[in-house]
Write a protein that binds this ligand. Structure first.
Ligand SMILES: [Fe+2]
Ligand SMILES: [Fe+2]
Length: 164
């Protein structure tokens, strides 16, 4: 049986994962409106992944005999000054989520909750990938600068992202 502390912490993180999905969907809306269909595609897949993260945690808490609380999700922005800003915010957000996952893990250690520790391993690894992906795109966009050609090419590359 999962502890009340872990159950509440997972409920909080479920909200954070769904907020992530909403944040990326807002970015996708900006890209759709800015003639960046490849970036929009990438961000929509990213949003779907975040929903899956939230659902993984939802199912885990229930399997452990807990009960999830659903918190309100903040309204994300759909206005960005540039594609670079979109991915800078993506990277900053993923870094924040990494810290949240680490906090959850430290809580699981404190609670001697081995099942949650094992479960959270996947998320620890996933965050390494999430940060690396966002960082790579930010670096590319910084190299490209304001050159339209480069942005068009990167947008095409992002459009080739495959779903799971
Ligand atoms: Fe996530
Ligand atoms: Fe993420």
């Amino acid at each position: 049986m999962i502890s009340k502390t872990m159950q509440d912490a997972f409920s909080e993180q479920i909200k954070n994962e769904f907020y992530s999905a909403y944040l990326y969907l807002g970015m996708a809306a900006y890209c759709e409106a800015s003639n960046l269909p490849g970036s929009a595609h990438w961000l929509k897949l990213q949003a779907e992944e975040e929903l899956e993260h939230g659902m993984k945690m939802f199912d885990f808490v229930n399997e452990c005999g807990g009960q999830v609380t659903l918190h309100a999700i903040d309204k994300p922005t759909v206005e960005y000054p540039s594609l670079l800003k979109v991915f800078e915010e993506t990277l900053a957000h993923e870094q924040k989520v990494t810290a949240l996952i680490k906090f959850l893990y430290s809580l699981a250690l404190k609670e001697n909750d081995y099942a949650s520790q094992a479960f959270l391993q996947w998320f620890v690894t996933e965050q390494v990938e999430e940060e690396a992906n966002a960082s790579h795109i930010v670096e590319t966009l910084r190299m490209v600068g304001s050159h339209g050609n480069g942005i068009v090419m990167l947008d095409r590359e992002l459009g080739r992202r495959a779903g799971d």
